[in-house]
Design a protein. Structure first.
Length: 245
């Protein structure tokens, strides 16, 4: 399974490298350095999380707990507009993500993270190369319909290939991967809205080329929380069904 995971991520990053190179071929030196720095840091982050998730919740839970703690500091630092609402909303989402990591196996967490990361990565590459129509100009002017479509296609393809990781059927993988992309996009747009309302470009500067913790993990926070809530609902429905049969 590790071979399948690494072949998938390295293959995806190879495709991403072609896209990054194409989008930066006419850019200035500083822009090219920034673009490749962002690419390499993302590659390192993804494979670092793979290692953490495969070890199990004994490592992944405190790891993501620390990241969410740093995210809470970022929110507290930049939030001026509706400060309390922003902090409380983030804490609820963070609680949901931690609930997901604690209640699921490392393989399921990894599957969800990789599908989310694929959507983020392919959306950016597709948007930079083929994007023409803005998706949400008032919230996130850089996001395009073409970019999101490319992200959806790439993420669903990777989800289907990695479905043995989570032990899901073809139909469930197709639906869950699509819904993961929707939640990832919503989380990204929500984070962009918070930044725009507070007049900042990034939540922080901790991750070179990406900004702060929440600039990189905003989608996964929303997706993880959504998976946890959906799992709770499905388990409750299954319990009630068995009870009344």
């Amino acid at each position: 399974m590790l071979e399948r995971i690494l072949s998938t991520t390295l293959g995806a990053f190879a495709v991403g490298a072609i896209g990054v190179n194409r989008s930066l071929r006419h850019a200035k030196v500083t822009a090219r350095v920034a673009g490749w720095t962002k690419y390499l840091v993302f590659l390192a982050l993804v494979h670092g999380v793979i290692l953490v998730a495969l070890i199990g919740r004994i490592v992944s839970f405190p790891f993501f707990g620390a990241l969410l703690g740093l995210g809470a500091i970022e929110i507290s630092r930049i939030a001026c507009y509706r400060r309390v609402v922003s902090i409380v909303a983030f804490m609820l989402l963070a609680f949901g993500l931690l609930g997901f990591i604690w209640s699921e196996t490392g393989r399921v967490v990894l599957f969800v993270f990789l599908v989310t990361g694929a959507f983020d990565g392919f959306s950016q590459v597709a948007g930079q190369n083929f994007g023409h129509h803005q998706l949400a100009p008032q919230t996130s002017p850089a996001k395009t319909i073409e970019g999101s479509a490319g992200g959806l296609f790439g993420a669903v393809a990777i989800g289907m290939w990695l479905r043995p990781l989570a032990g899901l059927s073809f139909e469930v993988t197709l639906i869950s991967s699509g819904l993961t992309c929707v939640a990832a996009l919503f989380g990204d747009l929500l984070a962009s809205k918070v930044k725009r309302l507070n007049g900042v470009k990034d939540f922080g500067t901790l991750i070179p080329g990406h900004g702060g913790i929440l600039d990189r993990f905003d989608s996964f926070v929303m997706v993880g929380c959504g998976w946890w809530l959906a799992t709770l609902v499905l388990r409750a429905c299954a319990h009630l069904s068995l009870r009344f049969d």
